[in-house]
Ligand binder design. Structure first.
Ligand code: HEM
Length: 485
């Protein structure tokens, strides 16, 4: 207060100098374990952020000895001082598996200059909206099959419009979508019978995410006693094995086409394999990580979006109005058209604010000592970004538990602090798949709302979010898809 009036500046600076990590409120490891194991936060680590923010304020040391940051202002201050080669934090669990099996590292696990060089290759053909637009044809084909599948399922239901377990349907859509981009291969997830290998891969991802938390919080010696480690290793084997089969198949296909003098230039994988700046081992690891990162993220976001639209008919009507006004009913929209739709974009943005699929992120800031929120930190300080608590901060997002896409419209109203919701991260280490993810979500949401009015099924009730590394619904979502025709 005194500082803000410009009085006694020197003494303030002095005070600032004196505030260090030692002055921060601190959660002990025991308190953390107690909260996770006995107070019910094991599956709700995102809610623990909100609870601890109430107890300790905007910045504190959490039970894992990292500095938790829970406001948009602090997050902005921190992100603007990020390293040249940002480190997300301790990925030793993920790299441990790769070392064990002699695999390479992808963008999620690589660090330093090697990470930077890898991203330089991966970003091309993916990160710019112009790059992602190239995939709109491929994505629209997958969307068309998905809409057909939804139509088939609803018609086969007893009420003629019910689709059960919508989240699972979006999962298959997202997997089919990302695989068709990475490999230009259709996996067949949108037909009645899911191929056995694909199902195994789906189960492996789910198992990896659910065992990840157990492996992370229990000490190494418990690995032979508790079931998590074995499950964790088996699940990674399943993930890498599946990606390897797809890459090998594609390699064969490319060789065949080169022999027949056919064009092989357009595919992402071909581009990676022909790039001399990345080794084949790293291509395998990178494509596996892209595949992994590209499924649960978009599918859960789409599930939450439809859930909220079904519960907020006035929002859905507004979206339908935009959709039906800008593109005639019988036409498939282009990438350029959907990315110009403010309300469609706002619906996805608001969904990701309410349900940030990555509810917690981290950085280790290593290059130099620095200060945030008036505290001095030595280099190599680990930070936890409490994205869930930040995007539910009532001072930035009033009525933060209500779905209000209009908060994001540029129609003269004051815009929220952009760091209040950064679901794809920020800066050079931000999500490489962002543009592809957005395009996929816009295109499929557009087509669903163009064709159906989505209504809640009374048996579903309220969905709660639980944290399984990514934020997922606590139970199955069933929805009615009423034909608009
Ligand atoms: C709703 C969709 C998605 C969300 C919300 C999301 C969110 C994120 C976030 C928060 C990060 C960490 C960024 C940071 O630390 O600053 C990230 C990283 C990453 N994402 Fe996504 N993501 C989504 C979809 C995708 C898709 C479709 C792909 C693949 C095509 C993908 C691939 C990756 C990869 C490889 C990284 C690691 C980047 C690096 O460390 O260099 N993501 N994502």
């Amino acid at each position: 207060h005194v500082c803000s009036r410009g009085v006694a500046r020197t003494s303030c600076l002095l005070q600032d100098k004196l505030r260090t990590v030692e002055d921060l409120p601190r959660v002990s490891a025991l308190e953390m374990l107690y909260r996770i194991l006995f107070q019910g936060y094991y599956h709700c680590l995102h809610e623990l952020q909100v609870y601890e923010k109430q107890l300790y304020g905007p910045i504190y040391i959490n039970g894992r000895k990292a500095v938790s940051v829970t406001t948009a202002q602090l997050l902005e201050e921190l992100m603007r001082q990020d390293d040249k080669f940002p480190t997300r934090g301790d990925v030793s669990l993920w790299t441990e598996y790769r070392e064990m099996r002699g695999f390479g590292y992808g963008p999620l696990t690589e660090e330093g200059e090697r990470w930077y060089n890898l991203r330089a290759v991966l970003n091309k053909r993916m990160l710019h909206p112009r790059d992602s637009a190239q995939y709109s044809g491929v994505i629209n084909d997958v969307v068309s099959d998905f809409v057909k599948r939804i139509n088939h399922l609803r018609r086969a239901s007893p009420t003629g419009d019910l689709v059960t377990d919508v989240s699972n349907k979006f999962y298959l859509f997202s997997l089919e979508g990302i695989a068709s981009i990475l490999f230009e291969t259709r996996l067949g997830c949108l037909t009645g019978e899911i191929p056995a290998g694909t199902q195994k891969f789906i189960n492996s991802i789910s198992q990896m995410f659910s065992s990840n938390i157990g492996v992370a919080i229990f000490p190494k010696w418990s690995r032979n006693v508790l079931p998590y480690w074995e499950r964790y290793i088996t699940s990674w084997d399943g993930i890498f094995g599946f990606a390897k089969t797809l890459i090998d198949n594609k390699l064969e296909d490319i060789e065949q086409r080169v022999e027949n003098s056919q064009n092989v230039e357009s595919e992402y994988l071909t581009y990676l394999l022909s790039n001399t700046k990345i080794s084949t081992k790293d291509v395998y690891a990178s494509v596996t990580e892209l595949l992994l990162a590209g499924v649960d993220t978009t599918s859960n976001t789409l599930t939450w979006a439809l859930y909220q639209l079904s519960k907020n008919p006035e929002v859905q009507d507004r979206l339908y109005e935009e959709v039906s006004t800008l593109v005639p009913a019988d036409r498939i929209p282009s990438a350029a058209e959907v990315t110009r739709m403010p309300f469609l974009r706002a619906v996805i943005k608001e969904t990701l604010r309410m349900y940030p699929v990555v509810p917690m992120n981290s950085r280790i800031i290593s290059e130099k000592p620095f200060s945030v929120g008036g505290y001095q930190f030595p280099k190599k300080t680990a930070f936890t970004f409490c994205h869930y608590a930040i995007s539910h901060d009532e001072s930035v997002f009033p009525d933060s538990f209500r779905f209000k896409p209009e908060r994001w419209l540029r129609d003269g109203r004051p815009r929220p602090n952009p760091f209040g919701s950064i679901p794809f991260g920020y800066g050079v280490r931000g999500c490489v798949g962002r543009r592809i993810a957005e395009l996929e979500m816009y295109l499929v949401l557009f087509r669903l709302i163009q064709r159906f009015e989505v209504k809640p099924d009374p048996t579903t009730g309220e969905l709660k979010s639980i944290n399984r590394t990514v934020l997922v619904p606590d139970k199955q979502l069933d929805l009615h898809f009423v034909d608009r025709a």
